[in-house]
Design a binder for this molecule. Structure first.
Ligand SMILES: C=C1C=NC(C(F)(F)F)=NC1=N
Length: 217
């Protein structure tokens, strides 16, 4: 197996749904199925927060959601938990700056997709050199989902990275909705990452469809 090429990854990153049990009003499986029906292109299992599942319950939910992704040809990414990703043979992992160093994770996961959260040019250059496949840049807008989010940055970092010639696939994250998604794409992102705008929508499939329309501008 070889590493995914950037252009294929750009297509996959267009509408990147991230979710865990704490982000859902109903069963995560039904939320994911509805989101897939609405046209998400990538899924990240992110089980975090005070009521987050752990141990066998977390593994069982991850396996259930991975099976749904497989049935629909949607790549399955695991947030932070490298061991879980390896045991499930997930399609990749996403790590933050406070997780294991990028080069260590790259060694452990081989050619699987490796996403890294970056907030500064220095973090971006370091992550690229260490083998990241894509960046998560944010929080673009205010977010309620991540308690320890960094200061809201708008699209300035995405614009700055592109102006400096950084071409690595990039998604914006943080408070993105169907109203502001286009702004993130026009700033130079290859896609948008969304949690609540889809997982807590009244009509999940419609919410995903409308976001997908925005990113396919
Ligand atoms: C904190 C995060 C930042 N970015 C991303 C992604 F959208 F995947 F790039 N996922 C996260 N969990």
């Amino acid at each position: 197996m070889t590493r995914i090429d950037s252009d294929s990854l750009r297509d996959i990153l267009k509408l990147y749904f991230i979710m865990g049990s704490t982000n859902c009003y109903k069963s995560p499986a039904s939320v994911l199925k509805d989101a897939i029906a609405g046209g998400i292109t990538l899924f990240q299992f992110r089980e975090k927060g005070i009521d987050a599942l752990t141990g066998d319950a977390k593994f069982a939910l991850a396996e259930e959601l991975q099976t749904i992704c497989k049935e629909h040809g949607i790549p399955f990414i695991v947030n932070d938990d490298i061991d879980l990703a390896i045991s499930l043979e997930a399609d990749g992992v996403h790590i933050g700056q406070e997780d294991a160093p990028v080069d260590e994770v790259r060694k452990r996961i081989g050619d699987k997709i490796l996403g890294v959260s970056v907030h500064t040019m220095e973090e971006a250059l370091t992550a690229m050199e260490a083998g990241a496949d894509y960046f998560g840049v944010g929080p673009i807008f205010p977010t309620k989902t991540k308690e320890d989010a960094k200061p809201v940055q708008g699209v300035q970092h995405i614009q700055h990275f592109r102006e400096k010639g950084i071409t690595i696939p990039m998604v914006g994250i943080g408070g993105i909705t169907m109203e502001n998604a286009l702004k993130v794409m026009k700033a130079g992102a290859d896609g948008v990452s969304v949690i609540t705008a889809i997982s807590k929508a009244t009509d999940i499939t419609k919410a995903a469809q409308r976001l997908r329309e925005q990113v396919e501008y």
